[in-house]
Design a protein around this ligand. Structure first.
Ligand SMILES: [Zn+2]
Length: 104
């Protein structure tokens, strides 16, 4: 059986979604179902990190620069916050979609 992404490679139990918030290549998670210690596959973590860096560099930075130049701090602050939330949501989504776990 081919394991689904973001689940235990041995028994297929899903990994809690909140894990995405602190997921790095050093993260170790113990499966609640079968007890094995699993870690995210390095390559899949790198892919998500590259996409996130692209998102921040490609959207955050130019939009931020544009807004700072216009000098409207209230709008700038709000849009920065909205963009930040957007980037966090997209990166969690991508993490869940692309991260594969392997037995440690
Ligand atoms: Zn398991």
């Amino acid at each position: 059986m081919k394991p689904k992404n973001f689940s235990c490679p041995k028994c297929g139990t899903g990994i809690p979604k909140r894990t995405t918030l602190f997921l790095t290549k050093f993260t170790r998670i113990q499966c609640k179902q079968c007890g094995i210690v699993i870690r995210p596959k390095k390559r899949t973590i790198s892919i998500v990190n590259y996409i996130n860096a692209g998102l921040v560099g490609g959207i955050f930075f130019p939009v931020g620069m544009y807004l700072i130049n216009r000098g409207n701090w209230v709008v700038t602050g709000l849009l920065f916050f909205a963009l930040l939330v957007f980037v966090i949501l997209v990166s969690s989504y991508l993490t869940i979609k692309f991260t594969k776990f392997i037995e440690n």
